[in-house]
Write a new protein. Structure first.
Length: 229
């Protein structure tokens, strides 16, 4: 075999080897679902279905060494005459009308936001209301919200505790590259004329700060009460 031919074959072999190295050693799997920016992205033609659990970010690991927030509570009685709740004075309150405009009806699932506040730690706190002639009790109300949440691949329902007129739930939600833990409290306000009305309080905390805000969340959820006067 002539020397030039050997050189050509060797060159072709080297190119193929380099391409294979770049593809399989650096390029990653060909047919796979990859977690990128908090979303599942198809790479190639994976045979498996798209994962139903949210994918997070490596920077969202729980940090239990954060200091406990120093907050001051005050009673909020200006939003609705039917119930009262405690707010955190240091947080920035945003007018519900602005929130209604920025969040679509589909995302709110029929809830009208009564109060909304947030702080510099990306914690949000809201109280919303909803009424229905079909959902008669707390079990049906939570089940309806749960069915909607489970159609969103970025939401994982974690826990629920149901009572006769109230309930508490917990879920995980991936927003962008941040994992949030959302703690909720439901409270039936009134049932009359074939229509049930209830309040929903939600506290969304970055999952890396749930330990830091544990006491705050518990206080806020317990503060939602019916107003007796």
């Amino acid at each position: 075999m002539k020397k030039p031919l050997l050189i050509i074959i060797a060159g072709i072999t080297l190119v193929v080897a380099v391409a294979a190295f770049l593809r399989f050693a650096i390029g990653g799997p060909e047919d796979e679902w990859l977690c990128q920016g908090g979303q599942w992205v198809k790479h190639g033609n994976p045979s498996a279905a798209k994962p139903t659990t949210g994918c997070g970010n490596a920077n969202t690991s729980v940090n239990s060494n954060l200091p406990a927030p120093n907050v001051t509570y005050e009673t909020n009685t200006t939003q609705s005459p039917l119930y009262l709740f405690d707010t955190v004075k240091e947080w920035t309150s945003i007018a519900p009308e602005e929130i209604q405009k920025s969040i679509t009806q589909e995302q709110r699932h029929g809830y009208e936001i009564v109060y909304f506040a947030s702080n510099s730690d990306a914690v949000t706190f809201s109280v919303s209301e909803k009424k229905s002639s079909e959902l008669k009790n707390i079990t049906a109300i939570v089940a309806d919200d749960k069915s909607v949440a489970q159609t969103n691949q970025s939401i994982t329902w974690v826990d629920q505790k149901l009572g006769l007129t109230d309930a508490q739930t917990e879920l995980k939600q991936v927003a962008g590259t941040t994992d949030y833990t959302v703690f909720s409290r439901y409270l039936i306000i009134a049932s009359s004329a074939g229509e049930t009305r209830w309040a929903l309080m939600e506290v969304a905390v970055p999952s890396s700060r749930t330990s830091q805000y544990q006491t705050v969340v518990s206080h806020l959820l317990d503060s939602l009460k019916l107003n007796n006067y």
